[in-house]
Design a protein around this ligand. Structure first.
Ligand SMILES: Cc1cc2nc3c(=O)[nH]c(=O)nc-3n(C[C@H](O)[C@H](O)[C@H](O)COP(=O)(O)O)c2cc1C
Ligand code: SF4
Length: 461
């Protein structure tokens, strides 16, 4: 096993027996920070700490939380502010938020209390994927306990700022993780993304100013306030991307799991921390770095950044897997950090099969409002089927590129880009495999086993 030092803040109560209960969490320090903050700090000072923490949103887009909170309009008594927690966690390969909700729901609830104080909200909605039954039960029990203790209610910790939190189970549609679609679903409408602007901070839940944040983003807030924003930020290995975060690894590693570490671990370190590759005779072939919408990386691709001014110059000549995982570093590499939950694929995987599996998922999950997405996801799935099953020509491989290019930047939400970008990367980085399948009557070698299929959003063929 690796000796890489990992930091435990967010996860420091995970290993305690009954860690999800109020009694155990409180004994281990939960709500001490909330009490101190609510009784001793003004909202602007809380916001300043979150800004200084440089925390990039943990839901996939990596937007700085402190900056987002600053987009709220000035307080207006006729416009209640809402806090909405995105606990939909539907991105294939991503399974980090549920560990917080199952093992330490009070970390999230404490974060909600501090965030509500900072942004002037009195109500939080936690929108949880319906299948996450244990998460829902534990959050609901936690909320009942907090109400009974008066931590939620008219005067939390004796201050004049009424607060309540509600859990809203979702129906399990991937698109309901997109923040405006989530808001529609929360309001009882069909889960379809809204056109932006207006952004939720101006007009969100029920038309009111709303901050939507990911579970992990808000669960990090107690530690940010406990340590101070600058000190928490400095735990990271990277600039402008602070703190520690959850890393998830699945697929062909010995011990797939979620763990915490400083921002900026590399994919290779992540694999080491999971005990290495599952089978020594099957070398690493590709890694999807941060959930299925993020373009695949190859271990044998090297960073090309000879120019000293290039942001990745320090890693010039190194494998893509040795670049620290950060929002900006991954973008500069031509992929995305996403949810920081990697899917590791060894040499047994055929990338045409991997792409087909994923495209079927996106086609199924497109809400259908935008023609390029509704039609494009269908075409990509169908062309991948043709190539994999041996009914294609080499021209079909270029058609994948053409269709993908026509999907990007032309839609209401990012699902279309999140389909097209990984498709383009599969073709660009494993073109030989696609051409071979087109030429030789379909996929001959390679397979998708149970270790990766569910993570790519589909079922075993
Ligand atoms: C198709 C789609 C699905 C998404 N699913 C999730 C999700 O399950 N959880 C999540 O936190 N963010 C998800 N997002 C990102 C949210 O729209 C939003 O950026 C995020 O909740 C903001 O929180 P953060 O700033 O704390 O990251 C998704 C985005 C898209 C386009
Ligand atoms: S891009 Fe796709 S999922 Fe998003 S709104 Fe348009 S059709 Fe719906």
């Amino acid at each position: 096993m690796s000796t890489i030092d990992t930091t435990c803040l967010l996860t420091d109560r995970y290993a305690l027996a009954d860690s999800f209960t109020y009694a155990v969490a409180e004994k281990a320090g939960a709500y001490a920070t909330a009490r101190k903050v609510l009784t001793g700090m003004q909202p602007d000072a809380i916001k300043a700490e979150v800004k200084a923490a440089n925390i990039r949103g943990r839901g996939g887009a990596g937007f700085p939380a402190g900056v987002k909170w600053g987009f709220l309009p000035p307080p207006d008594p006729n416009k209640p502010v809402y806090l909405v927690i995105n606990a939909d966690e539907g991105e294939p390969g991503t399974f980090k938020d549920r560990t917080i909700m199952e093992k330490d729901p009070h970390r999230l609830l404490e974060g909600c209390i501090i965030a509500m104080r900072a942004i002037g909200a009195h109500t939080t909605y936690i929108y949880v994927r319906g299948e996450l039954v244990t998460s829902i039960k534990r959050l609901e029990q936690g909320i009942r306990d907090l109400r009974a203790k008066g931590v939620l209610g008219k005067r939390p910790f004796g201050i004049d700022h009424a607060m309540d939190i509600h859990v809203h189970p979702g129906g399990g549609a991937y698109i309901c993780g997109e923040e405006t679609s989530l808001l529609n679903s929360l309001e009882g409408y069909r889960g379809e993304p809204r056109l932006k602007p207006p952004f939720p901070a101006v007009s969100g839940a029920f038309g009111m100013p709303t901050i939507v944040n990911n579970v992990e983003t808000i669960a990090s807030v107690p530690d940010i306030l406990k340590l101070g924003g600058a000190a928490w930020s400095a735990l990271s290995r990277l600039p402008n991307d602070g703190g520690t975060r959850l890393y998830g690894v699945s697929g062909h590693v010995k011990n797939p799991h979620v763990f915490e570490g400083p921002v900026g671990l590399t994919l290779r370190e992540m694999i080491d921390l999971c005990g290495g590759m599952l089978d020594a005779s099957r070398p690493l072939k590709g890694v999807i770095p941060g959930g299925s919408s993020t373009p695949v990386l190859r271990p044998d691709d090297l960073v090309h950044a000879p120019d000293a001014a290039h942001p990745l110059h320090a890693w010039h000549g190194k494998s893509h897997l040795d670049v620290p995982m950060g929002v900006d570093t991954m973008r500069n590499l031509g992929t995305m950090l996403g949810t920081c939950c990697a899917i590791v694929m060894d040499s047994s995987v055929n990338m045409v099969e991997a792409a087909r599996n994923l495209m079927r998922f996106y086609h199924h999950e497109s809400c259908g409002q935008c023609t390029p997405c509704r039609e494009g996801t269908g075409w990509l799935a169908e062309i991948c089927d043709r190539i994999a099953d041996g009914h294609a020509t080499e021209a079909d491989v270029e058609l994948l590129v053409d269709v993908s290019n026509n999907m990007m930047g032309n839609t209401i939400c990012a699902l279309a880009d999140g389909t097209a970008m990984p498709m383009l990367a599969f073709v660009r980085k494993f073109r030989g495999e696609f051409l071979a399948a087109a030429r030789e009557g379909g996929v001959k070698n390679g397979r998708l086993d149970q270790a990766v299929v569910p993570l790519l959003g589909g079922r075993a063929a």
